[in-house]
Design a protein around this ligand. Structure first.
Ligand SMILES: Cc1cc2nc3c(=O)[nH]c(=O)nc-3n(C[C@H](O)[C@H](O)[C@H](O)COP(=O)(O)OP(=O)(O)OC[C@H]3O[C@@H](n4cnc5c(N)ncnc54)[C@H](O)[C@@H]3O)c2cc1C
Length: 283
């Protein structure tokens, strides 16, 4: 079906997410837009669902076989300076190397994201953010594959809100704008943000980041509520509510997706809050 396209059948999905949890599935790795178009077409023709896989840092894979075709855009890894303060970034570029590139080119504005283990495609789709910033601040336009066609969509035609975008299509890349900065200052800020992260989050453990979304309108901060109910350290199987940050569930090494899902239900039951999931369950 995907003749000539890089594919891993029966892939161990633990290896493709930061939670290190998951069963088995098929992953395809298109090298260019034409291959990606073929994958989408074949999936449609064969009535198969597909799911775009970034760096898997916001995902919980099912313990069982996943029938959805996972499409990794890791080869969409171009970083190209288009103007002095504008850079085109491919969807598969991880935020770590992007931050290094920006530092080496004296471009400032994304330092807050240093330490988020996501790809730029995933970060844009989720409107990733931290420390009062979000990725949408730097977007000028995005390039998407939608209904078989490549389109450029400018930011004014997109909607971003807390950990949410209205992007409908496969993000191929984005043109992003930065400020001219100074290498030493950028390096200092990146390290500072990373240290703050390491101090407040279980950065040394397997997780998928914050499990629940904040509710900005109702001023609901899940981590605070979970902490108030004294739930830090609660375990089901190998899954544990982080002792360091109540908003994170960590995998102590042998957690299953069902352990994480049970812990999520337990949190909702104990707190009495219908908290909205930030992590995405892929089954
Ligand atoms: C230790 C840790 C710390 C974290 N800290 C933060 C934080 O501070 N702030 C924050 O916002 N998040 C944080 N996260 C969560 C996560 O890193 C971000 O949401 C990240 O942006 C997800 O990117 P990804 O490439 O891993 O996407 P994935 O997890 O692979 O996918 C997430 C979603 O994006 C979609 N997607 C991915 N790529 C594309 C594409 N090219 N086109 C269309 N859709 C796409 C996927 O289909 C999926 O729906 C953290 C996670 C961890 C493990």
């Amino acid at each position: 079906m995907f003749n000539g396209i890089e594919i891993i059948d029966n892939a161990d999905l633990k290896k493709y997410c930061t939670f290190k949890i998951g069963g088995r599935g098929t992953i395809v790795f298109p090298k260019n837009v034409n291959e990606l178009k073929r994958i989408v077409k074949e999936c449609d023709k064969n009535n198969l669902n597909y799911f775009i896989l970034g760096n898997g840092s916001n995902l919980l894979f099912s313990d069982f076989e996943i029938n959805t075709i996972l499409v990794s855009l890791k080869y969409f890894n171009e970083i190209r300076q288009v103007k002095k303060d504008e850079v085109f970034v491919g969807a598969g570029v991880n935020l770590f190397p992007l931050n290094i590139y920006l530092k080496n080119h004296n471009l400032s504005g994304l330092e807050w994201s240093y330490g988020i283990p996501g790809s730029i495609g995933g970060a844009i789709f989720m409107n990733a953010g931290a420390f009062g910033h979000s990725i949408s601040e730097n977007i000028l336009n995005i390039k998407v594959l939608k209904c078989g066609k490549v389109e450029n969509i400018s930011k004014k035609n997109l909607e971003f809100s807390y950990r949410k975008s209205n992007i409908n299509g496969i993000i191929l890349g984005a043109t992003m704008k930065f400020k001219e900065g100074n290498l030493d200052e950028i390096a200092f800020l990146q390290q500072d943000y990373l240290e703050r992260r390491k101090m407040s989050q279980p950065y040394d453990k397997f997780s998928a980041g914050s499990v629940f979304k904040r509710n900005i309108e109702k001023n609901i901060i899940p981590a605070k509520i979970i902490d108030t109910f004294g739930l830090k350290g609660t375990r089901i199987g190998g899954a544990e509510i982080s002792k360091k940050h109540a908003g994170f569930i960590v995998n102590n090494g042998d957690a299953k997706a069902i352990d994480v899902l049970a812990l999520i239900e337990y949190i909702k039951y104990k707190t009495g809050e219908d908290l909205e999931l930030e992590i995405i369950y892929v089954k």
